[in-house]
Ligand binder design. Sequence first.
Ligand code: HEC
Length: 159
Amino acid sequence: MRLISIPILLVSTFLLSCGGGQSQIDKIKAQQVKKAPEPKSLAEAEKNWESDHGIGPIKAFTLPTEIDQVLAASGKETYEAMCTACHKAEEKFIGPAPKGILSRRTPAWIMNMILNPDEMVKKNPIAKQLLMKFNGSPMANQNLTEDQARSVLEYFRTL
Ligand code: HEC
């Protein structure tokens, strides 16, 4: 077996190095690495906030122009029960104030942060910097359903 497989290996290595296929892949990999330099501050990470939809179950979506007041009222209840231990609507507390959040985060990013904070603070550039800014105290996963997270987002629009 050995005697047969070594020549095969040699021939295939030779073919690969001639084709240049490998170096092409290396070039693409190098470009991908170059494209995404790690932001050094929250302000730098936030420069791309409009195209950042976060990581998690929610894909990019657009909010309807009208605020749904019924949905917002149910979101307010959830927020008061699950979030006020760490968040105050209008001022910084253990976490940031949600007032005006839609002028610095996309709707999908906000919902992914609520539904999938552990992965967000590990992998998302804005969430990572936010965690550093808040001295490593992480956003808690409160196990909301997608519907609950959507209603809290609607409540945030009324602040
Ligand atoms: C145990 C404390 C704690 C609880 C409870 C908590 N959070 Fe947070 N949250 C934080 C901290 C700290 C941050 C900022 C640091 C980070 O992101 O890791 C944060 C960040 C956030 C952000 C990002 C804010 C921004 O400016 O980008 C959102 C949105 C958020 N929380 C929503 C919620 C919601 C909604 C709830 C309730 C379901 C909730 N949080 C419950 C601590 C908490």
